[in-house]
Design a protein around this ligand. Structure first.
Ligand code: RP5
Ligand code: MG
Ligand code: MG
Length: 241
């Protein structure tokens, strides 16, 4: 990345010497070339302005640079292009915040957290919205993929029954920009975070097993003294707090 000090992040600060590094990950280009892209994960090499009109930002109207690339609403990142993200502009995700009172300690809240396979950092078990998918479906699908990788049909049935009950009552607690390390000047993450709270019974019954892009899963104390919680991925800690 081209180094950007805090005082120069805002586009309102004139900075003629600013020269962001152009980057598109090989995996993004490969997904684009492949016919097998059923999820519509990768965008075309050029921003598709007609398509972008239907993929609005939660942050307000989209702005475009001289090359007709959408511009990051939060400012300069030091990288231009799509970087590691599949789409120009907002890349939409959904994040489940699943809480319980810690067994044996009713004053301590815990969340379901996963260890990301890409960076090793602990995070909410969220993921990208597939083409045409509604976020309420995404949030459950990602939860099941990342923490419900059950070994047997019986375990899978128990997990699905618990999740049916848990996800019946949820609340949107955040919708907007994510301070994701993959963000660039022209592509960034936006999410809808939902809160689901386990009843006392569910808290002990919900079986968890990591899968897909999650390497580990655990109930994590909501406590700044817990290093994995204090260092939660992107802006995930802000929404839980
Ligand atoms: C974050 O990246 C979102 O908050 C969500 O947790 C996640 C989605 O990307 P993947 O987990 O699919 O990489 O910005
Ligand atoms: Mg996922
Ligand atoms: Mg994920």
């Amino acid at each position: 990345r081209f180094p950007v000090e805090d005082a120069k992040v805002s586009w309102k600060v004139p900075w003629p010497e600013y020269s962001p590094v152009p980057f598109v990950a090989p995996s993004v280009l490969a997904a684009e070339r492949s016919d097998a892209n059923p999820n519509g994960w990768a965008d075309s090499p050029r921003p598709n302005l007609a398509e972008l009109k239907h993929r609005l930002s939660c942050e307000g109207p989209l702005f475009f640079d001289a090359d007709q690339r959408p511009v990051n609403p939060r400012g300069r990142t030091g990288v231009c292009g799509r970087g590691m993200l599949g789409k120009w502009g907002p890349n939409r995700a959904a994040d489940p915040i699943v809480t319980r009172w810690k067994p044996g300690d009713k004053r301590k809240l815990q969340i379901v957290a996963i260890q990301r396979g890409d960076t090793g950092v602990w995070a909410l078990p969220g993921g990208m919205v597939d083409a045409g998918e509604v976020v309420s479906v995404t949030v459950r699908r990602e939860f099941a993929e990342e923490v419900g990788n059950m070994a047997s049909d019986a375990e899978r049935a128990a997990f699905n029954a618990a999740v049916d009950e848990l996800f019946a009552h949820g609340e949107v607690v955040y919708r907007g920009y994510v301070d994701d390390p993959r963000n660039t000047d022209n592509a960034w993450m936006e999410t809808t975070a939902f809160h689901f709270h386990c009843t006392a019974d569910l808290a002990v019954q919900l079986p968890l097993r990591a899968g897909d892009d999650a390497h580990n899963v655990t109930w994590l104390d909501v406590d700044d003294a817990e290093p994995r919680y204090a260092a939660l991925y992107a802006s995930h800690k802000d929404w839980v707090d």
